[in-house]
Design a protein around this ligand. Structure first.
Ligand code: AQP
Length: 333
């Protein structure tokens, strides 16, 4: 069977709808057909210098949301990245295989560092995609379900895998393929529908958070930015706001966008927004409730994570040994 790996950063108490539709839903579907490994990538989150208690809380909350969305620890491996030290170890090796120019071309680094200014940025943010490549290659991953924003990083992971195979011999690394579901590859910010929805968005009103209460969700959808026109049509170029709402509607109901557009012929934006609020609340309420249960039982959650870490470590250690050996690093007796 093919191996799937993916992860999210614990950079917020709640995941947002883009994380859910662009990634998490795919994770849940893929665990039926693949050997699935999902991680809360807390080492990545260090790049934004979180407070101690905040990071701990968000790490558990993120794992809780995976479980609540349907990640099943009896079928998938669920673990916290820092519990498996091989991630940091392979990162060092891969950083020696990564060109400076190559890393410098990563648009996420350029975007994120532009936001905080050059002096506010750190080397970890720069080498972030190398850590991500280590996450993926450690598990001999075949498939990586992500949103469109991660495509370039995945391309780097592929290049690094191929480079390892060239320099250290075939069979050193598996070259991973992206799994990007086109329709939900990019969910946009409700207030700024040309920018992707993001946990760390500057305006919280642009977000739908999994753990939001129904009232907050309805309010944010009602105040979503649309356009001066009145026709409900799918036209991402000229009607970014409405098109984003239609995408969300379609993804959560499983109905084609064209059918939804037909239903709303002659109706007003307000109708669509009110109905969408119901759809979103209906879809997210069970996830929120299940997540809260896990968050309130941290001991139970930690047992699931310990079990996942043990399984992940066994795989990661074997891969790292193979690579160390091929590099010629002297192994201890
Ligand atoms: N708007 C989005 N539409 C579709 N997919 C999305 N993803 C994120 N935003 C959207 C996917 O969710 C996963 C989460 O990855 P991450 O936690 O590493 O962080 P990210 O990609 O940087 O997501 P955020 O929410 O924007 O986090 P912050 O604000 O912390 O940077 C990935 O698979 C991503 O593609």
């Amino acid at each position: 069977t093919q191996r799937v790996f993916s992860g999210m950063q614990p950079t917020s108490d709640s995941l947002q709808l883009g994380n859910y539709l662009g990634a998490l839903k795919q994770w849940v579907a893929l665990q039926d057909t693949h050997d699935a490994i999902y991680s809360v990538v807390d080492l990545h989150a260090l790049t934004v210098a979180p407070d101690r208690e905040v990071l701990t809380r968000r790490t558990r909350a993120t794992a809780a949301q995976y479980l609540a969305a349907g990640v099943d620890p009896s079928r998938a491996t669920l673990f916290v990245q820092s519990h498996v030290p091989q991630h940091a170890e392979l990162t060092w090796v891969l950083s020696t295989f990564t060109g400076m120019g190559e890393a410098g071309r990563m648009t996420q680094f350029k975007d994120k560092s532009a936001k905080v200014g050059e002096s506010g940025t750190n080397v970890g943010l720069f080498t972030y995609p190398v850590l991500m490549a280590a996450d993926i290659l450690l598990y001999d991953t075949n498939v990586v379900p992500v949103g469109e924003d991660q495509r370039q990083h995945l391309e780097l992971s592929r290049d690094l895998a191929q480079r390892l195979n060239q320099r250290l011999g075939e069979g050193t690394a598996v070259v991973p393929e992206p799994h990007i579901v086109k329709e939900v590859a990019k969910i946009y910010d409700l207030q700024e529908p040309t920018a992707k929805m993001s946990k760390s968005s500057s305006s919280p009103n642009g977000l739908i958070e999994i753990l939001d209460d129904p009232k907050a969700i309805a309010k944010r959808i009602k105040s979503a930015v649309t356009d001066a026109d009145t026709v409900i049509a799918f036209d991402p170029k000229n009607k970014a706001g409405i098109s984003n709402l239609l995408t969300i509607y379609s993804a959560l109901t499983g109905r084609p966008v064209a059918d939804i557009v037909a239903d709303y012929e002659g109706k007003m934006y307000g109708h669509l927004k009110a109905d969408l609020a119901e759809v979103v609340v209906g879809a997210l309420t069970p996830v929120r409730e299940a997540a809260m249960e896990w968050i309130e039982s941290p001991d139970k959650l930690d047992v699931v994570l310990a079990d996942g870490a043990a399984k992940a470590t066994a795989i990661a250690q074997a891969t790292l040994e193979r690579i160390y050996d091929r590099l010629g690093l002297l192994r201890p007796l």
